[in-house]
Design a protein around this ligand. Structure first.
Ligand SMILES: NC(=O)C1=CN([C@@H]2O[C@H](COP(=O)(O)OP(=O)(O)OC[C@H]3O[C@@H](n4cnc5c(N)ncnc54)[C@H](O)[C@@H]3O)[C@@H](O)[C@H]2O)[C@@H](O)CC1
Ligand SMILES: Nc1ncnc2c1ncn2[C@@H]1O[C@H](COP(=O)(O)OP(=O)(O)O)[C@@H](O)[C@H]1O
Ligand SMILES: [K+]
Length: 509
């Protein structure tokens, strides 16, 4: 499940054609056939279909789809939206094959004629432009796209909704609003961005015979899905003891936010951590101890209800430490974050107010010999970078990679499509979870889950991805089985962790 830019996709095509030896015409045939199979499943037997075709190879895919449907007995109307001389190369080859098979092509750009056709069909296949789009759509294509968008027909886009950029960072565009998109060979970046994802409608990737090794070689991003979780999540051996599953310390909490550290602590234990100590103020300990009797507590010095640094903070005995949840933003509380950045002898996870304090100590990240992980939501990430949230969200892959590489830090940028980035620039998207998670406290739960995963025997990058998977899937199963988006609480997400382990048991023994 690779994620690519348009350039990476072109490199993949080129390598497959020139080095592997699979011809472009053949890839186009495969692409058209693969999409047709999906289309047939979707639309049933007898529906009339209109295929809109543009000048490039995306249009070429459209000719193959039209031929397959025609061959299966569908009434297929092909509307070519560019003049004949624009159809060249592999697309022209497949246009000729379509015509040889009895297909008819009408070159149409007239509004009234197109409206009439679109009114009569229940399904429109959009093969006007694929990843080759440059800038905002020109006329008459822009108007044709508006007609398609206003029609009642179900719109199925080939590879990408026409007009939509494949890459992040493009903010001005007009696009087909698809109901379904069958994406060719690899997901494109825009399928995961706040401003562009919805144009795809429901989407899935269709393989077209490009070898996996070529995809792997040319992409740095992928989706983290169920099979990744199953392959990488370590099992607990029969000889396991609490020491073999990690001793973790979570530092946070203040008088106004006592619950957050309680939730992180509980989530870490529920996820499988061996021993968890919650380091917080005496008052917070008295408030939360009864809610999580399995945890241990470290009484930290405080001032006005907030943690301050002092000798009570012993950090040498832990396999991983998390700081930031419900910590507050006082300057002397920030000193504790700096102290950990300087001295924590183990992987360090920084979240929430810890990220706020990190902004003043970014340079300390580079000196750390053990990994540092941050888990910002877009507001915190934009604050760290000194850019607006909308700028961040228009190019989240780029911005997170830049920060991760510059400071040698692992980043979990939270959202519907959570992006996990390593200091070497490897990136994964974890897409589970639902709007029920848009509620205070769910981030604190994630922190606990991440801390626990960091201490299990697996690659750190995989651990971070698996943590996001557990968090999102817990919410998804809870909503499927007994909750709604509205009533899901962060504590329900903790309870739901058991469902995730029971639904996706680990295979590795
Ligand atoms: N071998 C390959 O390269 C394969 C490519 N495939 C398909 O080919 C597509 C990419 O093909 P191409 O690179 O030919 O590009 P596209 O077919 O995506 O689009 C290029 C055409 O769109 C026009 N265009 C671009 N921007 C425009 C704008 N703003 N307004 C109006 N017209 C505009 C261009 O003039 C050009 O004719 C993929 O999305 C995929 O569907 C598949 O067939 C699989 C194999
Ligand atoms: N609409 C959504 N779909 C999927 N996941 C979501 C959605 N909204 C929020 N989340 C997830 O919920 C968590 C919220 O974290 P955060 O904003 O830090 O919450 P808080 O600090 O209030 O606990 C993140 O893991 C995020 O990915
Ligand atoms: K398209």
């Amino acid at each position: 499940m690779y994620i690519v830019t348009a350039k990476e996709m072109y490199d993949i095509d080129e390598y497959t054609i020139n080095e592997i030896g699979l011809e472009g015409k053949l890839l186009m045939e495969n692409a058209g056939r693969a999409v047709s199979e999906k289309v047939i499943k979707l639309i049933g037997e007898t529906e009339p279909v209109c295929v809109f075709i543009g000048a490039g190879n995306n249009g070429g895919d459209g000719f193959v789809i039209a031929r397959v449907l025609l061959d299966k007995g569908y009434f297929v109307q092909v509307v070519q939206v560019v003049p004949d001389e624009k159809i060249t190369g592999d697309a022209l080859f497949h246009k000729r094959v379509f015509i040889q098979c009895g297909g008819e092509v009408s070159y149409l750009t007239d509004r009234a004629a197109i409206c009439k056709i679109v009114e009569r069909v229940r399904f429109v296949i959009d093969a006007i432009i694929g990843i080759g789009v440059k800038g905002v759509l020109r006329e008459p294509i822009q108007e044709i796209v508006h007609i398609i968008n206003q029609s009642k027909a179900c719109v199925i886009s080939v590879d990408i909704p026409s007009g939509l950029p494949a890459d992040e960072g493009v903010t001005e565009f007009t696009s087909v609003q698809a109901d379904y998109t069958f994406v060719i060979a690899a997901a494109k970046e825009s399928a995961f961005l706040v401003d562009t994802a919805d144009y795809y409608g429901q989407w899935e990737i269709v393989p077209i015979g490009i070898p996996n090794l070529v995809l792997r070689k040319n992409s740095t991003k992928s989706q983290w899905i169920e099979s990744n979780f199953r392959k990488t999540i370590p099992s607990r051996t029969v000889h396991a003891h609490k020491g073999s599953h990690g001793r973790g310390l979570i530092i946070g909490g203040c008088s106004e936010m006592p619950g957050s550290i309680a939730m992180s602590t509980k989530a870490a234990l529920k996820t499988g951590a061996g021993l968890i100590t919650a380091g917080t103020t005496e008052k917070v300990i008295s408030m939360i101890a009864a809610t999580c009797p399995e945890a241990m507590y470290m009484n930290l010095p405080e001032k006005d209800g907030y943690i301050t640094s002092g000798p009570a903070l012993t950090i040498s005995n832990y396999h991983a430490i998390a700081i930031g949840i419900g910590l507050g933003r006082r300057k002397d509380t920030g000193d504790v974050v700096a102290e950990l950045l300087n001295h924590a002898p183990c992987p360090l996870l920084i979240d929430a107010d810890g990220i706020y304090h990190l902004k003043s100590h970014l340079s300390l990240l580079k000196q750390r010999s053990m990994p540092t992980i941050i888990t910002p939501h877009p507001g915190e990430m934009a604050m760290l970078l000194g850019i607006s949230i909308s700028d961040l969200l228009s190019a989240p892959f780029h911005h997170t990679r830049k920060l991760a590489e510059a400071y040698g830090v692992f980043i979990i940028l939270k959202g519907k499509h959570t992006i996990i980035t390593s200091p070497k620039g490897r990136q994964a998207v974890e897409a589970s979870g639902n709007p029920g998670l848009a509620k205070g406290g769910t981030g604190d739960v994630l922190t606990g889950i991440v801390l626990a995963m960091m201490m299990q025997e697996q690659e750190l990058f995989d651990a971070l991805c698996n943590a996001c998977f557990i968090h999102g899937k817990s919410a998804d199963i809870q909503v499927e089985e007994k909750h709604a988006y509205y009533d899901l609480m962060a504590t329900d997400v903790i309870d739901g962790i058991s469902n995730v382990y029971r639904t996706f048991p680990c295979k590795r023994e």
